[in-house]
Design a binder for this molecule. Structure first.
Ligand code: COA
Length: 544
């Protein structure tokens, strides 16, 4: 069956575009998008103007300038984890830029240190972001290009990075063992542990008079052995190209290093192993801009995800939405169905009325298995308050039905992409392939909220428990204190549920403008198709 997206009119109670409540949704979303741009600007500012100017004055390129020159002309760059470290004590962006870009026609994971932030040194969020980029590269078989200029460990926080950070170097060599190439272009400092980035890479380019790659710099060598030395003899590009053999190519300057990086990728003889996109496909039947009108600013107000889907997926050849809904009359608070995005087939699960009942859980379980039978990747559009609670539902087996869905999600081997387009609360976050369920990619819209439950509900639960505890002890309950405690907790949970906050902790791969969703999905699906796509042959025991 092909849905028609209900004649493109929002069914969310907002009314048709002429209705004056519609601009409210649009205005609220545009405000959030403008704020998102401000948060992204913090990452783009790196270590601040003073350090940017100093870097340029040294004749060096910034991390994003290096990336721009490395990419094919006009090719998109899907920057990931841009808001890493948001809400922490570390600068937004995590002192590193990561993302998927096309170099000589090859989709690559690009990881670039930002030398304007604390000399490009790695703090705990830098490590977390780098490891996430490596995970994406490994799961999707993406060659990795490291653009290196780093002061190594952020020394004041070394206790939080030294031990977990070792995985950075392990991952590079594991990529090579999996026959996925790794390239290091060394522009500047690459000290101590950082020396193992070029050390582990398949191909190494070093910039003359720029790269400095040593286990210990002159002061450390003096301390350790008493030997007098200088940067060039210990780790200069010329020395490594002519004497140690650590550098495979000596670049005369940064531009030359980028040219050599592109030349290396050109000779990789790289072949994608996944499915190809359809040769032709129709653009969505409905205007993507209308996504701004569709999503109510109040997350408690439900909206029809078919309206969202119709503006993300390819249009039907005969016109209208290209979404073929599966089981539309059953478990209506979860919409399931098949479509394609930029010619890549995809199965979609999207919450409708928020709550997941037993019917929805079982429908999802069946649908996930069907997608695995046909090697079809899955897209989860989160807007759920979780699984239904209450005696009737417990007696009806909501736990085991939810467990079936979570089993299917956990053991599904087709790639998942999750996008939080509203709320993502409770075990609903798990059933919808939340972060812990290893979706290949996960993004949030700026209005998204993820938490164990809604802030008011959480504060209410704590209040009920505290009241019960006081009664059990025969103590009077402090009503004024309760009011203050609820307000405080509600505010705190509200802040911690925000998309920026969860993105800052790397619980998603970025916060995106809803209007970019289709493009982002297209880039992800194409990257995913670098690796074979194969559905699960078996599952754990389904509790029936
Ligand atoms: N940890 C924490 N902060 C560091 C750092 C590190 N590893 N490396 C540099 N920084 C800080 C500096 O203290 C300075 O901070 P400030 O501007 O607030 O004073 C800022 O980053 C810029 O450093 P600066 O030395 O001015 O920059 P530079 O571009 O001239 O030199 C390096 C960069 C990386 C070559 C140089 O800072 C350096 O040698 N750092 C130590 C490298 C090292 O031995 N690391 C050991 C890793 S195990």
């Amino acid at each position: 069956m092909t849905t028609t997206a209900a004649d493109a009119a929002p069914t969310t109670g907002d009314g048709p575009p002429s209705d004056r409540t519609v601009p409210t949704n649009r205005e609220a979303m545009l405000e959030k998008i403008a704020d998102l741009a401000e948060q992204h600007a913090k990452a783009l500012a790196g270590g601040g103007q003073r350090y940017i100017d100093r870097h340029h004055a040294r004749g060096k390129l910034l991390a994003r300038e290096r990336i721009e020159l490395l990419l094919d002309e006009g090719a998109p760059f899907l920057e990931l984890s841009t808001l890493a470290a948001w809400g922490t004590d570390f600068p937004v962006g995590g002192s590193i830029v990561t993302g998927i870009g096309v170099v000589e026609g090859v989709e690559c994971m690009i990881i670039a240190n930002d030398p304007t932030v604390k000399g490009g040194s790695s703090n705990p969020l830098t490590v977390k972001k780098g490891l996430r980029a490596a995970q994406i590269a490994a799961e999707n078989r993406l060659p990795t290009i490291n653009l290196v200029e780093s002061g190594g460990a952020d020394l004041p926080t070394q206790k939080d990075i030294f031990i977990p950070g070792g995985a950075t170097f392990r991952n590079i060599t594991r990529s090579s063992a999996a026959r996925v190439p790794t390239v290091a272009l060394v522009f500047g400092n690459s000290t101590a542990g950082g020396a193992y980035v070029p050390g582990m890479s398949d191909y190494v380019v070093m910039v003359k008079e720029g790269a400095k790659v040593f286990l210990g710099g002159p002061p450390l060598v003096k301390m350790a052995t008493g030997e007098e030395s200088d940067d060039e003899s210990l780790g200069g590009a010329e020395m490594h190209a002519r004497t140690s053999g650590l550098a495979d190519y000596l670049a005369v300057d940064e531009y030359d290093a980028i040219r050599l990086g592109r030349q290396i990728v050109r000779r990789l003889n790289w072949r994608k192993q996944g499915p190809s996109a359809a040769a032709s496909y129709a653009e969505p039947a409905f205007d993507v801009d209308e996504l701004l009108d569709l999503v109510p600013s109040d997350l408690k107000v439900p909206f029809d995800p078919r309206e969202v889907i119709a503006r993300i997926v390819d249009g039907a050849p005969e016109g209208g939405s290209g979404f073929d809904e599966f089981k539309p009359l059953y478990g209506s608070s979860l919409v399931t169905g098949f479509a394609s995005v930029h010619g890549f087939p995809i199965g979609i699960l999207a919450n409708a009325q928020g709550v997941l009942f037993s019917e929805e859980a079982q429908k999802a379980t069946q649908f996930i298995q069907l997608a695995n039978q046909t090697d079809t990747p899955l897209l989860f559009l989160h807007n759920t308050t979780g699984y239904m609670v209450g005696a009737e539902y417990e007696q009806g087996g909501i736990i085991k039905h939810g467990a079936q869905m979570i089993n299917a999600v956990s053991n599904s081997t087709v790639p998942h992409i999750s996008v939080v387009i509203g709320a993502s609360y409770g075990a609903g976050h798990y059933g919808m392939s939340g972060r812990a369920y290893d979706p290949r990619f996960m993004f949030s819209w700026p209005n998204a909220k993820s938490a164990v439950m809604g802030p008011a509900q959480l504060a209410g639960v704590i209040s009920i428990v505290a009241r019960g505890a006081a009664e059990a002890k025969g103590q009077p309950y402090d009503e004024d204190g309760d009011k203050q405690m609820r307000a405080f907790i509600e505010k705190q949970i509200e802040e911690q549920s925000l998309a920026y906050f969860t993105s800052g902790l790397l619980y998603d791969d970025g916060v995106i403008d809803p209007r970019d969703t289709r493009t982002v999905l297209g880039i992800c699906l194409s990257a995913i198709a670098t690796a074979p796509v194969e559905g699960a042959r078996g599952y754990g025991v389904f509790r029936l």
